[in-house]
Design a protein around this ligand. Sequence first.
Ligand SMILES: NC(=O)c1ccc[n+]([C@@H]2O[C@H](COP(=O)([O-])OP(=O)(O)OC[C@H]3O[C@@H](n4cnc5c(N)ncnc54)[C@H](OP(=O)(O)O)[C@@H]3O)[C@@H](O)[C@H]2O)c1
Length: 199
Amino acid sequence: MNYAIVGFGKIGHALAKAFARNGIEVAVATTRDPESFAADAAAIGPTIIPKTLAEAVKADIIFLAVRFESHPEVAKALHNWKGKTVIDAMNTQAPLEQLGGRPSSAFIAKVFTGARVVKGFNHLVAAVLGQDPAVHGGRRVVFLASDDDDAAAEIGTLAEKLGFAHIQLGRLSEGGLLVHARGKSWGHLIFKDLIAFDR
Ligand SMILES: NC(=O)c1ccc[n+]([C@@H]2O[C@H](COP(=O)([O-])OP(=O)(O)OC[C@H]3O[C@@H](n4cnc5c(N)ncnc54)[C@H](OP(=O)(O)O)[C@@H]3O)[C@@H](O)[C@H]2O)c1
């Protein structure tokens, strides 16, 4: 299994830190030549590999860490996203009508044709997400939602490998709405920094 983070801004950096902390290799891509952010990647750790977008999307599991308005450009990187698991870490202020009445991740699932989409890693500010999730004797929680149970389970396993606890919220249009930005109102779990204590 290999991984990529598309977008190497605030959330991309926070995610990359989690991979580096656990010695897991991950490709990172932006709109720019990988050379231009190689030093930035190296400063996080040796497992953070700068790549072009075209190379990065060869990964099996791909985090979307771009601004919502940039996702159509990213989607064009592959004709068909079948076989890929896409983690939608984006939030959007776009009104529901603009999303065809669907939650934004369900909208993303249509744009990234064929991909298995999991919403997650989007509910905390980057400065918190980027911290070591081992806190107060427990583990910081990430919430996951998907219409594909297997994909949600796969990303749950990845979240654990990255040191987080995870809570499955169910389908995008059900529990997923708890971490969904809906126009100007936000799901009740957005910004809720929860810690899980293993018994
Ligand atoms: N910041 C937060 O605290 C936070 C918290 C939760 C969720 N989020 C969500 O996370 C997403 C990213 O936010 P951010 O604050 O990290 O944004 P950001 O700092 O502006 O970073 C955006 C990144 O996306 C890259 N990008 C733009 N278009 C691209 C394309 N077509 N292909 C590849 N890369 C592209 C940019 O690369 P270039 O430099 O080449 O333009 C940049 O590295 C947003 O959807 C936001 O809602 C953010």
